[in-house]
Ligand binder design. Structure first.
Ligand SMILES: [Zn+2]
Ligand SMILES: [Zn+2]
Length: 91
């Protein structure tokens, strides 16, 4: 396989984002990332390292979805209160 580049098994693979020696793979996309480019995320029990791209995506989607079950009942309650007060005023 002459097309493959020789891989030095002693040297860590380069970080995808900055080219520095990578500390480990991203938990989401498995790209090799260094400690500076990786972000520690996850719960209190299990910590995982993800790249900044996946971290931004995760915060954008998972964070919003996590808030929906909390915010939705509050919004519905406020909406219901507004309707009730409007109905009471109109009487
Ligand atoms: Zn890096
Ligand atoms: Zn990633």
């Amino acid at each position: 396989m002459p097309a493959l580049q020789p891989i030095d098994s002693d040297a860590p693979p380069p970080c995808r984002d900055c080219g520095a020696p990578a500390a480990g793979p991203c938990a989401t996309c498995h790209a090799m990332i260094c400690a500076d480019c990786g972000a520690l995320t996850g719960g209190a029990v299990k910590k995982v390292v993800v790249c900044q791209r996946c971290d931004a995506q995760g915060r954008g989607t998972v964070g919003w979805r996590a808030w929906v079950p909390i915010v939705a009942p509050i919004l519905l309650g406020v909406l219901g209160l507004l309707i009730v007060t409007q109905l009471l005023r109109s009487c």
